[in-house]
Design a protein around this ligand. Structure first.
Ligand code: AHR
Length: 501
């Protein structure tokens, strides 16, 4: 038997809704034939965006959406994506050597912000620090945010259809500058960040939140040197809201997302669990340079990265892959890790929204499907803005020489408006877990609702032909007898129950 003790007196604070953020890069099939079908398409759309996806995503209430890259951002010129669509240039983009596609620029700043507004997400723009000048990016910010009629760039925005400022507050300055973003040293990256943000000082009234480019996974040396340089040169002009970190499980190791065996299941989970160390060790390093903890950790790309080709386009869309219970378990484990560190992680964006890595949606032509990952985000939505409370887990562990111990039960809890949301993942591939739920410093009603996502064949995916193969099932939870719930193997669950004051 496993046990979760909920301690109502111990809290890390409010869970920022932004931990449930998303990422949509102009890559492969994310936009073209994924999110964007065009206004003249026979596929039902809202101003060019696939209606089924808009409706589904809006229901999730996404807090934030990052765009246009990723690596795509390294060569992206925002001016290519404004003005009449028919006149926009076609460009060889960052990913051309991978898939031979050129960027049509049919989706640019106006379309992206329009999509964000439709679904209720805050836009987060990743600006190109690699190959454009600081002035060019500064002007992009002014184009987006200057009040109507104030400047020539605001007039240009109005001429292109939008008088009201877009409300883009999150600006990533640079992306993966240790790699595709210019192969910089951490010191050079910090210097560039300071150069770009210093000239944006006059735009401060627009409430800008700058995010600098942090490490690749657990590369603490990058973080130390970046922050060392940044803090030694920093003065009042160069405040940063956050520092990013990117982490993909299984990146490039070529695992197959459809035919994994037991070792493939656990290997992926061990790798995902490594996020705990990434966050905790980063905060330790950050504390050296930012003892007041003003800087947030922004995990602005995370997810599973399998061998591509298993999605509906059968390899046409770069990095497109299917998703099943293993991906759902990784999502649940990761989101629980973030909830339990909500005082450190200020934002997180799962990569990517559609037809790509660890996606919530797969779409093509008239086909559209919500993946098991989508359902995890749906099941966890009660945490957004809730007060995190400690969920202490006692469960069986699995050991691996390379990674240490993996607790086979993952959990996090929060309270909002008198309702407890307790999310759990049974990470055992084969064993059911009976979970006793105890409370300290507060009580729970005797009954609640339990939603469970699982499948007897955890490799099963939702497909265009069988879109509801893996969906959550809701039952009443009777907590009167020692608060017991039973979780099937390889499952994700959410318990919602009223709290007793
Ligand atoms: O998400 C795919 C790619 O992964 C992104 O473009 C890049 O930032 C990361 O390496």
């Amino acid at each position: 038997m496993s046990r979760i003790t909920l301690d109502f007196s111990k809290s890390k604070g409010i869970i920022p809704p932004e931990l449930y953020g998303h990422f949509s890069e102009q890559i492969g099939g994310v936009f073209y034939d994924g999110l964007w079908v065009g206004e003249d398409s026979k596929i039902e759309n809202v101003r060019g965006f696939r209606k089924k996806l808009v409706d589904s995503f809006a229901r999730l209430a996404p807090p934030v959406l990052r765009w246009p890259g990723g690596c795509f951002a390294e060569t992206y010129d925002w001016r290519d994506g404004i003005g009449p669509r028919a006149l926009r240039p076609r460009r060889i983009n960052w990913w051309y050597s991978h898939d031979g596609r050129v960027e049509s620029n049919q989706v640019g700043t106006h379309e992206f912000v329009d999509f964000c507004r439709m679904v209720g997400a805050q836009p987060y723009i990743a600006a190109n620090m690699t190959s454009l000048s600081p002035l060019h990016i500064r002007n992009w910010i002014e184009y987006c945010e200057a009040p109507a009629g104030l400047t020539t760039l605001a007039d240009e925005r109005a001429a292109n259809g939008e008088t009201t400022p877009f409300g883009v507050h999150y600006w990533g300055i640079g992306n993966e500058n240790w790699g595709g973003g210019g192969q910089m040293t951490p010191e050079a990256c910090a210097d560039e960040f300071i150069r770009f943000t210093t000239i944006c000082k006059p735009l401060a009234p627009f409430d800008l939140k700058f995010i600098m480019c942090g490490a690749n996974g657990h590369d603490l040396d990058w973080t130390k040197r970046l922050l060392g340089r940044w803090s030694s040169r920093r003065w009042h002009e160069t405040d940063a809201w956050g520092m990013s970190v990117h982490y993909y499980t299984n990146a490039f190791s070529g695992s197959d997302d459809l035919t994994f065996d037991e070792s493939g299941w656990y290997d992926e989970l061990f790798r995902a669990d490594f996020m705990r160390r990434i966050v905790d060790d980063h905060r330790l390093v950050m504390d050296e340079f930012d003892p007041e903890r003003k800087l947030r950790l922004v995990v602005d790309e995370w997810g599973n990265w399998h061998k591509d080709g298993s999605g509906p386009s059968r390899g046409c869309n770069l990095f497109e892959q299917q998703s099943n219970m293993r991906d759902a378990a990784v999502a649940a484990l990761t989101l629980n890790i973030f909830n339990n560190r909500c005082d450190v992680v200020g934002m997180a964006n799962v990569a990517q929204l559609c037809n790509n890595l660890h996606s919530l949606y797969l779409a093509g032509g008239g086909g559209f499907v919500e993946t098991p990952n989508y359902y995890v985000f749906d099941m966890f939505r009660g945490h957004k803005g809730g007060r995190q409370i400690r969920a202490c887990v006692e469960a069986e562990q699995k050991e691996a020489e390379r990674y240490g111990a993996l607790e086979l039960l993952s959990a996090s809890a929060s309270v909002k408006d008198g309702t407890l949301t307790l999310t759990m993942a049974n990470l055992s591939l084969t064993e059911c877990q009976r979970v006793e739920i105890n409370t300290l410093g507060g009580g729970l009603a005797n009954s609640g609702k339990l939603r469970i996502l699982t499948h007897s064949e955890p490799q099963t995916c939702n497909t265009f032909e069988d879109p509801y193969a893996v969906v959550p099932v809701e039952t009443a939870a009777d907590l009167s007898e020692n608060g017991m719930v039973t979780l099937p193997p390889a499952s994700v669950a959410v318990l919602t129950v009223n709290t007793e004051d």
